[in-house]
Design a binder for this molecule. Structure first.
Ligand code: IPE
Ligand code: IPE
Ligand code: MG
Ligand code: MG
Ligand code: MG
Length: 296
């Protein structure tokens, strides 16, 4: 089946599960409504798809895969609410709707982000089934590494610090690694960690998520420049206006795409046998590059 069809089918399944979890655990308070506004019904659910594919590779139950995906999509939703705040990227739109602080208020948006972050840790610490507690704790500790000062939050801080400055390609990649790749790294490797796979395979899964994340952010930056509001559901052309330091701003579009293609080729070469056994891994890595090329 074509990869986009698989992603869309999985999105329907995941959205149903995630809806149920959120509705079961949250009340009807203002804060809960703001949390649901930015997490239910929206998003490509690409991180959840990554979890589903790596879960299949190591035979993790689909219930546990859905719970981990719900945890990750909650962290992701928190990061988007905060990313849109006036003190960060200041975007009035997200997923084709008003961003959280525009729909509610700035204070509610900050708190909804905080609470979604905590909700994610609640899911991963209370609800997994038949998992060795030691492995579970290992996973939670790893998640703190991926979201905290060395991960998503640290990367977001660099993204803001770098605005309108001359920043090297190396530093930009380091920033992408933290703000974007760490959560993808967690998404793809969580099932491998829970199932206590070999050191080499866990390493492979982390590196796969990491490479996926770098390409994802580079192509997001290109889409910001070349795509429409209708397609991306957020204000286009913002990165340039805000002086964001992106790989696109340093290399230009053609070289940025070449960089992604080279990264993909090198990675496939390094882990030939994994790619041979699971052809979908290559389709997933090329997904966003193909999307950008199609628009051009
Ligand atoms: C947007 O992520 C933020 C980036 C890391 C570039 P997505 O493009 O996955 O956002 P949704 O979930 O589909 O809205
Ligand atoms: C955000 O990167 C990455 C996050 C960790 C939220 P961007 O600022 O480029 O994301 P968009 O374009 O607003 O979705
Ligand atoms: Mg940002
Ligand atoms: Mg942004
Ligand atoms: Mg962007």
């Amino acid at each position: 089946m074509e990869i986009n069809t698989l992603i869309n089918q999985h999105k329907l399944k995941f959205d149903k599960f995630y809806n149920k979890v959120l509705n079961k655990k949250l009340d009807k308070s203002l804060l809960a409504r703001a949390m649901k506004y930015s997490s239910i019904n929206g998003g490509k659910r690409i991180r959840a798809f990554l979890v589903s594919q790596s879960s299949k590779m190591v035979n993790l139950s689909s219930k546990n895969a859905m719970l981990i995906s719900s945890c990750i999509e909650s962290i992701h939703a928190y990061s988007l609410i905060h990313d849109d705040l006036p003190s960060m990227d200041n975007d009035d739109f997200r997923r084709g709707k008003l961003s959280n602080h525009k729909k509610f208020s700035e204070a509610t948006a900050i708190l909804a982000g905080d609470a979604l972050h905590d909700f994610a840790f609640q899911l991963i610490s209370e609800n997994l089934n038949n998992i060795n507690p030691k492995q579970n704790l290992k996973l939670i500790s790893y998640l703190t590494n991926c979201t905290g000062h060395d991960g998503l939050a640290g990367g977001q801080s660099l993204d803001l610090l770098y605005e309108n400055k001359k920043i090297s390609k190396k530093k930009i990649i380091e920033m992408y690694n933290k703000k974007t790749s760490k959560l993808f790294e967690f998404s793809f490797s969580a099932p491998f960690i829970l199932k206590k796979e070999s050191f080499r395979r866990i390493n492979f899964s982390k590196n796969y998520g990491s490479v996926f994340g770098i390409i994802f952010q580079i192509t997001d930056d290109i889409l910001d420049e070349i795509n429409s509001f209708k397609e991306i559901g957020k204000t286009p052309g913002k990165d340039k206006k805000q002086g964001k330091r992106t790989l696109l701003s340093v290399l230009g579009q053609k070289k940025a795409i070449n960089f992604c293609e080279q990264l993909t080729a090198d990675f496939i070469k390094k882990y030939k046998s994994e790619f041979k056994q699971n052809p979908i891994l290559e389709d997933m890595l090329s997904l966003n590059i193909k999307k950008v090329k199609k628009i051009n």
